[in-house]
Design a protein around this ligand. Structure first.
Ligand SMILES: Cc1cc2nc3c(=O)[nH]c(=O)nc-3n(C[C@H](O)[C@H](O)[C@H](O)COP(=O)(O)OP(=O)(O)OC[C@H]3O[C@@H](n4cnc5c(N)ncnc54)[C@H](O)[C@@H]3O)c2cc1C
Length: 384
């Protein structure tokens, strides 16, 4: 096939994997272009360690420009418009045409949706927020530490549970635990409900064994930053001295304006090929909404963005090269669950299994924690 241009929007997990896999599979005559507004790649799981002072941002943020050396054209710029019919995107005012387009723009964090939230607490899901938690937690020697999930869906369903357990461990290490109550409020019916009642109960046990107050079915409506009080839709209130929150997530406006978003509020795709209704336009990762048979969507997680990116790269390469099989995403995923005390649990399974996902949870152990540390190391070795 004549020289082709593949444009990948977003240099997070999905975009990085897709661009790298395509570069490996395609001849030099074909262009692989990766566009990201920040121009850097963040290994997001490490925010959980940053918030308790176990990492510096420099250790898990990389300049995407490094990929130029591997033959990937990296553009630092904001995707302002996507025309999926013509496969044309506008980046910082300039138009770029593609033969294949891969959208991996992630979820946008919408802190402003909850009145008072930004003023009252710290965003666990941003670099600045996690660094602020690291600094602020040192002053907390008595009172209430609250981890708050504001809305569903949110990426990495385990992350707020891990955050609460790591903060609790940190309080013990600092000998402040006796005077600080730790609580977790969430609108979910239980932890990671898509994983089924047994795994959900297992994660709940991990949290409650550490004497963390767990308050499911609590949807926050507003936050009073003067009295440090949360108000919930069910009428309950809660006081906090340190508030760590997971903000609401929305699809980035540019994909909504492109007509790519379905009823779920997220981009609709074929759940195996990841192709949108526009031929040659794929979407992967947090930006997509994949309904599962239980009426809950596939969780937003890096492990899925990664595997979806591999599948899409395989498909595009097979189409361009005219040989090889198309890729297919099969719903398999796994994740480590940091539990404090140098331990982590581990969940793994098939999220596409019928009639319900089949997930198993392994009890916390030191080897799973070591596995997560190794995964972080391998990530940078593999892709940069
Ligand atoms: C604290 C935390 C812990 C986590 N832990 C885990 C874990 O243990 N396991 C796991 O599987 N997942 C985990 N995740 C989730 C995982 O990080 C995400 O699911 C994953 O990053 C999704 O990949 P993505 O490519 O869809 O989006 P992202 O990685 O978010 O990348 C999107 C990219 O698009 C860029 N972008 C957005 N809009 C524009 C625009 N208009 N123009 C140009 N560029 C734009 C952004 O700069 C960004 O680089 C965690 C997340 C957090 C926050």
């Amino acid at each position: 096939m004549a020289d082709q241009t593949i444009v990948i929007l977003g240099g997070g997990v999905g975009g990085l994997v897709t661009a790298s896999e395509l570069r490996k599979r395609l001849g030099k005559e074909h262009r692989v272009v990766l566009i990201d507004k920040e121009g850097q790649h963040v290994f997001w799981p490490s925010l959980l360690w940053l918030q308790v002072g176990l990492r510096d941002p420099e250790s898990f943020v990389r300049d995407l420009g490094v990929l130029q050396g591997k033959g990937i054209e990296v553009v630092k710029g904001e995707v302002e418009a996507i025309d999926p019919e013509r496969k044309v995107v506008r980046v910082d005012g300039a138009e770029l045409s593609a033969d294949y387009l891969v959208v991996s723009l992630g979820a946008q964090l919408a802190v402003e949706q909850i009145p008072g939230l930004a003023e009252a607490g710290y965003n666990l899901y941003s670099l600045e927020g996690a660094a602020a938690i690291r600094d602020q937690r040192k002053d907390l020697i008595a009172g209430n530490l609250v981890v708050l999930v504001t809305r569903t869906p949110f990426k990495c369903p385990a992350a707020p549970y891990e955050a609460a357990m790591l903060l609790e461990y940190d309080l013990r290490k600092r000998k402040a635990r006796d005077h600080v109550a730790v609580s977790l409020y969430t609108p979910e019916a239980g932890p990671m409900p898509i994983t089924g009642p047994e795994v959900s109960a297992g994660v709940r046990r991990m949290v409650e064994d550490r004497n963390i107050g767990y308050f499911p079915q609590h949807q926050v409506t507003q936050v009073d930053s003067v009295t440090n009080t949360l108000q919930f839709a069910n009428g309950a209130t809660a006081r906090f001295d340190l508030l760590v929150y997971v903000p609401p997530h929305v699809a980035p406006p540019v994909v909504r304006e492109a007509g790519l978003v379905g009823e779920s509020g997220w981009v609709s795709v074929d759940r195996h090929t990841m192709e949108t209704r526009f031929p040659g336009v794929y979407a992967i990762g947090d930006v997509v909404g994949i309904p599962l048979s239980l009426g809950m969507p596939l969780p937003k997680a890096g492990v899925f963005a990664h595997r979806e990116g591999e599948a899409v790269a395989q498909t595009i390469a097979a189409r361009i090269n005219g040989t090889g099989n198309a890729g297919s995403f099969d719903g398999q995923g796994e994740c480590f669950i940091e539990a404090g005390d140098g331990k982590a649990g581990f969940g793994r399974g098939n999220f596409y299994a019928e009639p319900r996902p089949t997930i198993t949870l392994h009890d916390p152990g030191r080897h799973w924690h070591a596995g997560k540390v190794l995964f972080e190391k391998d990530w940078f070795r593999r892709w940069f």
